[in-house]
Design a protein around this ligand. Structure first.
Ligand code: HEC
Length: 190
């Protein structure tokens, strides 16, 4: 099983991580850890506050109007040449749709989950001659996620508002521990 996971990861071109990372790679991993944690913390704290204060509809309004601008705000506070975003194979906001390389990584996360194998904490890829890309899985790890990404058919008001704002929404039908997407950090070589 362990070997299988290594093969999957290696097929992603991240074999370098199985060897000792170079100084540059170590720095990129550290930057990726920090940037992704910062985005997760900002969105998570705000979401929690809105759920507690005004319930799911209030939290939905927060996500709809603030998740994207807040992501841009987190970006504006990152070092030059570093960018963070959330992506998914089944996006709600079309702006969060995964690109080809991101799809490949997300599919490999899905495959590992289907085989009941542990996901890597992150994957680092030498993306092109001037940047690294860092990908960390985003899991449906709290029951609250299901209120807006699970089976929402019995909440007609929520369904209506989601459909109005996101007519192409694909981000429903998830179950606990599914891979919802990834946080992706692009780090330009210094
Ligand atoms: C109150 C409703 C609500 C809850 C609860 C919620 N989300 Fe979302 N989620 C949304 C909305 C709305 C968007 C679209 C935000 C935007 O426009 O960027 C979204 C977007 C996302 C995205 C970006 C990709 C995409 O589809 O656009 C990810 C990843 C995500 N949610 C994961 C989670 C996880 C994990 C949880 C649980 C910790 C969670 N969500 C809880 C409403 C919710």
């Amino acid at each position: 099983m362990k070997l299988l996971q290594s093969i999957t990861i290696m097929s992603l071109g991240a074999a370098l991580l199985l060897a000792t990372p170079t100084n540059h790679e170590e720095k990129a991993i550290e930057t990726g850890n920090k940037a992704s944690a910062s985005l997760l913390k900002t969105l998570g704290q705000n979401m929690k506050a809105h759920i507690e204060k005004g319930g799911v509809m209030d939290a939905l309004n927060f996500c709809t109007t603030q998740a994207y601008p807040l992501t841009q705000k987190v970006n504006s506070e990152l070092p030059k040449g570093v960018e963070v975003k959330r992506v998914s194979l089944k996006s709600r906001n079309p702006a969060n749709q995964a690109t080809e390389d991101e799809k490949e990584v997300l599919q490999s996360f899905d495959e590992l989950t289907q085989k009941n194998e542990k996901l890597p904490q992150y994957i680092l890829k030498d993306f092109n001659s001037n940047s690294y890309k860092y990908y960390t899985p985003l899991i449906i790890d709290k029951p609250v996620c299901l209120k807006c990404h699970g089976d929402i058919s019995n909440n007609t008001q929520l369904t209506k508002e989601i459909n109005e704002t996101y007519p192409q929404d694909k981000a429903i039908g998830y179950k606990m521990n599914d891979v919802r997407g990834a946080i992706v950090v692009t780090i330009q070589h210094q």
